[in-house]
Each structure stands twice: as C-alpha cells, then as structure tokens.
Write a protein that binds this ligand. Structure first.
Ligand SMILES: Cc1ncc(COP(=O)(O)O)c(C=O)c1O
Length: 451
C-alpha cells in the first residue's frame, strides 16, 4: 500500500466537489465530504495521507474490499475487448455472470434480469409480481430500506420515505419481527415469530388477499437494524404467500453475496422466494450492477408475453465482467467462508465481551460480517441512546461517536442509535480486531450518556 500525501491535489478535488457535485440525501451546504486519494483491501486514505479502516464497506457493498486485483484486471480486459453493448444481444460476460449467479441462487431462481442497482431491481421485481398475479398491492415492513426510485422508496419503511410519498403507491406496511423491541409484546423468539406471522395474516385479511401481488422482505433487515428473522418466520411467510397466491420477494441487495457468511442470507433458513433481488456484493459495486433472480413459474409468465421493462445498460458488459471475476475470486479465495469465520470467532465474541463492559450497549446481533451494536440510554428500559430519526442536538451522542472513530482511523457505519460492524467479507482477523479495539475505546463516550 503506497500512500503519497498531496494536500494541494486534495484541496482541488474538494473545491470542485463543493462547487459542482450535488450529493445524495444531503442539505448541500451543510456537508463536508472527505476527499479520497486511494484505497486497497480494507483501507482507504485521504490526500493528507491519513488512512482509514473501512468498517462500512462504503455503503455495505465492497464485499471483496477495495481494488481487488483480479476484478480490476477483468474490468481492464473487458474494456479492451467490448466496453458496451445493448441488452438485446447475447454477450459472453453477461451470459457467464447470469450463469454464475443462477448457480448460487436458491431453488429454481435460474433466470436473471440485470439492472444497474438495487432500487431498479426492486422496481422490476414488483413489476413482475404485479403482472404475474394481475394484482396491485405490495406489502413491505416498516423497518426496511428498498431503494430511492419511486416504488422502491414507497416500499421503504424508514423516514426517507416520508418526503417522497405520493399517497397512491399501492404499498401497505406491516411490522416484521424484532425480538429486542417487539411490537407484539413477545417474551421470546418463538412468540415473536408466531405473533409476527399472525399480524401479517391479519393485514392480508383486511387488505383483501385477492388484491395482494407481493410481499417483499429484506432476508436480514440491513440499514434499519440488522434484524435476523427468528427461526420459522421466513418459512411462515413462504407458506402464507403460497396459500394466497402472493409472490414472495426477498431483497438480498445488502444481505446477499457473502455478507452473512453464506452466498445468500436465505440459505441460513433454506427458504426459496419467487423473486430475489441483488446488487452491491454481486461485484462489490466496482461497476454499477443489480438484478432480479426469477423463478421458473414467473419466468414462464413472460415466455410468450413480452416483459414490459428494460434499461439501456441492463447487463452492461463491464459490470458483468466484474461480477464474473468477483464471484470466481470469492469462490477461489474462500471469501464467504471467511465472512462466516470472522463473524463466529472474532466479531461476535468481541462484541459480546464489549457488551459486558459498556452499559450503553443494549444488544449486539449479527451473522457473518453483518453486525449491529444497538446503543441505549438505559439497559433496563431499553430507551434508545438517541430518539427515532433524531437530528441536530438530539443526535449528538451518535455524531460524537462517529467523529471520534474517524479521528482514530476507523470509518464507521452508523444509523439512528446503532453502530453497524460491516467490514469487507475478506477482512482479516487482525483488521477486524483493530477496528473493534477502536470501537471499544470510543464506546466510553456513549457510556457517558447512559442514565
Ligand atoms: C436492502 C436494500 N435494498 C435496496 C437498496 C437500494 O440499492 P441501490 O442503492 O443500489 O439502488 C439498498 C441500498 O442500500 C438496500 O440496502
């Protein structure tokens, strides 16, 4: 890793950014983006030469870390061969990416519709579900994020939906399981599972089962809390969908491709949806790519009837070549197994030990390299460290935690009252321990806010 500081270049990058780049999710004049000079593996660095351990995997997408040499080489080779070609043609990198993805997806999800990212994948999955069933409504959970395009943001449960709502989406929200903060007054996981399924049944009954096209769930809820479904929940939703002829969609945009220590999170519970959406980890985001893996039955709906959807860059050759190289590298280097191993032997045990020391930790939960540390003001009452959707002074304890991590060279992922431990799937034990040691130190700041 060669880091050559060049503060003047960094200032120029920053100045042009501030003058011309309009950033996502932000009040433009209130942000201060870090100018990044380079990255390798689990680290990136700025123009001052300061290095950060990337415990966020950016937006939880660089599952193989930064600048993986095999993937960089595959992009270069594909660029020299064929940069771009329309979706209507059969292209080597596209065929091979689809084959490798279908080989890994559960059950008979053997046809792949490619998109440029996760939101478009969900848009097209619900389009398929509506056309397949001839019904309009889609059910999703309040604790969810599904993307920022029109339907995907309407599916989303978190507050990013509020300013985007049109009121005519045909989307209905319900409560998924969350044992630590049960909406069902459940005292254990079995009760939470049973009551969450009964609640979903009731929502369907009152919406009219014949009006419901699809239920979409994140297999493991990501940004909204890394919520692992209790045993039996996904199988229960599968059974409800089968009973009412509802399409079951699993959103594996964040949880898929190794993040949970399996190729897909659904593999932990042996459940096969009708449609599975993916993006991020499929090629670690080296070139934008997402897609929908489609069951035999739904694919059959569009065997002789045209599918009314498409994108200029669907199955872009550069993106597909990077997916082929990524999936092969993940298999050759045991990257999914590494994620599982790091979760079981380093992150899980260390976070549980930290929970003993830090009164601000309410709960730690996770799988693979997908962990949440839920912070509270008081362990008995479980009052969150910061209120739901806190901003400004109300969010100060979380802002302080994130700032201190950065100061110490750890790039964090925080959401509401949670710190997510989401390093690359090929993070080493030493790197994972380095990041967790910093987290351990800075949690004394949040401990100071407990009552
Ligand atoms: C579960 C889930 N679905 C969908 C999306 C949207 O993906 P994209 O930003 O690629 O559109 C995200 C992004 O974070 C996600 O986490």
């Amino acid at each position: 890793m060669t880091i050559s500081p060049d503060p003047a270049a960094g200032q120029a990058v920053k100045a042009a950014d501030r003058a011309h780049v309009f950033h996502s999710w932000s009040a433009q004049s209130l942000i201060d983006p870090l100018a990044v000079a380079g990255a390798e593996g689990s680290y990136f660095w700025d123009y001052e030469g300061k290095r950060y351990l990337d415990f966020s995997s950016q937006l939880v997408n660089t599952n193989i870390g930064h600048q993986h040499p095999k993937v960089v080489a595959a992009i270069q080779e594909q660029a020299a061969k064929l940069c771009t070609f329309a979706p209507a043609f059969a292209i080597e990198s596209r065929s091979e990416a689809a084959r490798l993805i279908a080989e890994r997806t559960p059950g008979d999800l053997d046809k792949i519709f490619f998109t440029n990212g996760g939101a478009e994948a969900n848009e097209n999955a619900i389009r398929m579900a509506r056309l397949h069933t001839g019904r309009q409504k889609v059910l999703s959970t309040y604790r969810s994020y599904h993307g920022a395009t029109a339907n995907a943001i309407a599916l989303t449960g978190d507050p990013r939906r509020w300013p985007n709502e049109t009121g005519v989406s045909g989307i209905v929200h319900f409560w998924g399981p969350y044992p630590y903060r049960s909406n069902f007054h459940a005292e254990n996981e079995a009760q939470e599972c049973e009551r969450a399924l009964a609640h979903l049944e009731q929502v369907i009954a009152f919406e009219g089962p014949q009006t419901v096209a699809a239920i979409i769930l994140e297999t493991v809820v990501g940004t909204a809390g890394i919520l692992i479904p209790p045993a039996g929940y996904l199988a229960g939703v599968r059974e409800i969908c089968d009973r009412y002829g509802i399409v079951f969609i699993l959103d594996e945009v964040m949880a898929g491709f190794g993040r949970t220590g399996e190729w897909f999170a659904a593999d932990h519970w042996g459940v096969t949806p009708d449609l599975l959406t993916f993006a991020k980890g499929v090629n670690s985001g080296y070139v934008p790519l997402g897609g929908v893996a489609i069951s035999g039955e739904i694919a059959e709906t569009f065997a002789t009837r045209p599918f009314p959807g498409g994108l200029t860059y669907s199955g872009h050759p550069l993106a597909c070549a990077s997916a082929v190289a990524t999936l092969n590298a993940m298999a050759e280097e045991g990257i999914v197994e590494n994620a599982k191993h790091i979760g079981e032997t380093v992150i899980g045990p260390e976070l549980r030990a930290m929970a003993e020391r830090h009164p601000s930790i309410g709960e730690v939960r996770g799988l693979g390299v997908f962990w949440a540390v839920e912070l509270v003001k008081n362990r008995e009452t479980r009052e969150p460290l910061t209120p739901y959707n806190a901003a400004g002074a109300d969010n100060a304890p979380m802002a302080e935690l994130a700032a201190e991590c950065k100061k110490r060279g750890l790039w964090p992922f925080t959401n509401m009252n949670r710190f997510h431990v989401v390093p690359p799937c090929n993070v080493s034990e030493t790197e994972a321990k380095e990041g967790l040691a910093i987290l351990d130190e800075v949690l004394t700041l949040t401990d100071a806010h407990t009552v």
